[in-house]
Design a protein around this ligand. Structure first.
Ligand code: XIL
Length: 433
């Protein structure tokens, strides 16, 4: 619930900026209004700009910050006087507001018909693809695929310099044949490394192995995979919930190369594919907590140094062992990252009900409100769920998830591939309901 003060502060700041401008640029606000037609609420700020001329600026600017608050911003600017320049910006905000489909019977259809479209993804496992029920729900409901394990370092390069593509190709080719996009997951990560890579040491050895791995994997999938998690989970806190002493995580990469391994990984990836979307991905950075703040500063530094990063993935594992995050906090957090000029996406969403730390009601509210937070932000380009059916969820057997042999009940489909109430909440949010 911290977004209230954040929005207010931002409005005050924008007003202060806009209000000091002369009123002569009021027409800029008019341009904003025209382009704002695509966004119902965001456009309102710009429209106010046209009507009230000189007083329009701040209203428009607030439209950028949040479509919902833009109307109020317009009113504020009337009270506070002149400032036309912001009006144009507000119009742009309106133009970019995502418009939901009028109707859709699947999440995939809702995502494809939204304007701009939003990708609806699932983590897909090789074993799942042996199950016809799984396969048909996966392809009917999603148009975006992340291999759950099959593209990780231990799977594709089990021996130094010897690549093994079978399991990964199987998933990627299935995705392509179903007109689904693929996100490559993941190039540089401390986990699921083969033994030989974990025991590397010294800057030269580690850099050489990292370069060969990134080039080998991206090169193999170049025609089929255009978005990559280049670095995964480089930041650590005392608690997995994202609280306590945020710092760079010790790993074979960090230990040998220092924080510079991040920049280097992205630069190698960019050399390998000049047009791919390159992402940083992490967990428990979903809300406004210490880890999210640390990652925000880290990524901001990368942007300022010109490191070729295109986006940030927010894993959105909600419930034990990770953080909980309400819709308003997620919205504010996604927005500040996208204000750095980056794409954002929800990359691994599930909501763990084990040990009842998240109640059934809370789970439904989280699913709706978090999906809505992404949907309302045009630069939030996709939402991937970490699996299809509850019985296959990784959380069921993950230490720290507190499941003790029970189902995490964390996803959108039952084991018979029936839609759960969680599915209905997600579809509602994708349709603007
Ligand atoms: C998980 C898989 O779902 C499990 O099957 C595997 O045993 C461990 O990894 N963050 C990530 C994912 O980036 O790759 C992880 O996937 C879940 C947490």
């Amino acid at each position: 619930m911290r977004s209230g003060p954040v929005t207010l502060l931002l409005s005050a700041f924008l007003c202060a900026t806009g209000c000091s401008d002369s009123g002569g640029e009021g027409e800029t606000g008019g341009a904003g209004a025209t382009s704002g037609t695509a966004g119902t609420t965001g456009g309102t700020g710009g429209a106010t700009g046209v009507t009230s001329g000189v007083t329009s600026g701040t209203g428009g600017a607030t439209g950028v910050t949040s479509g919902v608050t833009s109307g109020t911003g317009g009113a504020t600017s009337v009270a506070s006087g002149s400032g036309g320049a912001g009006g144009g910006t507000g119009g742009a905000g309106g133009a970019e507001a995502r418009v939901p489909a009028a109707s859709a019977s699947t999440m995939r259809e809702a995502g494809e018909k939204a304007n701009p479209p939003i990708l609806i993804g699932a983590a897909i496992s090789g074993s799942g693809l042996n199950d016809n029920g799984y396969k048909s729900v996966a392809a009917a409901e999603h148009n975006y695929v992340t291999a759950e394990n099959e593209m990780k370092w231990n799977a594709v390069e089990p021996n130094a310099g010897q690549f093994s593509w079978g399991a990964a190709d199987n998933i990627v080719n299935w995705a392509v044949s179903n007109r689904m996009q693929v996100k490559g997951h993941t190039l540089v990560w401390h986990n699921q490394l083969p033994g030989w890579a974990s025991s590397l040491s010294g800057a030269a050895q580690v850099e050489q192995a990292m370069r060969r791995h990134i080039e080998g994997v991206m090169g193999h999938f170049k025609d089929r995979v255009h978005t990559w998690d280049v670095v995964n989970e480089a930041v650590l806190t005392d608690s997995d919930t994202g609280v306590g002493n945020p710092r760079m995580r010790p790993s074979v990469f960090f230990n040998a190369l220092g924080e510079g391994f991040l920049d280097l990984a992205f630069e190698i990836a960019r050399e390998q594919d000049p047009t791919a979307k390159l992402y940083y991905n992490d967990y428990s950075i979903d809300a406004l907590n210490e880890k999210a703040d640390f990652v925000y500063e880290m990524v901001k530094g990368m942007v300022e140094r010109g490191v070729p990063i295109d986006g940030v993935g927010f894993q959105m594992h909600i419930g034990p062992p990770n953080n909980e995050a309400g819709g308003a906090d997620v919205a504010a957090n996604l927005r500040r990252f996208s204000d750095l000029g980056l794409e954002v996406l929800i990359s691994e969403m599930d909501i763990n009900r084990c040990s009842n730390q998240v109640t059934a009601e809370e789970q439904l509210a989280y699913y709706h409100d978090i999906v809505e937070a992404c949907f309302q932000l045009p630069k939030c380009v996709g939402i991937t769920f970490w699996g299809i059916n509850d019985g296959r969820s990784w959380l069921n057997g993950w230490s720290g998830a507190l499941c003790n042999g029970q189902s995490s009940q964390s996803l959108l489909f039952t084991d018979q591939y029936q839609k759960k109430e969680t599915y209905n909440k997600v579809l509602d949010a994708l349709l603007g309901r």
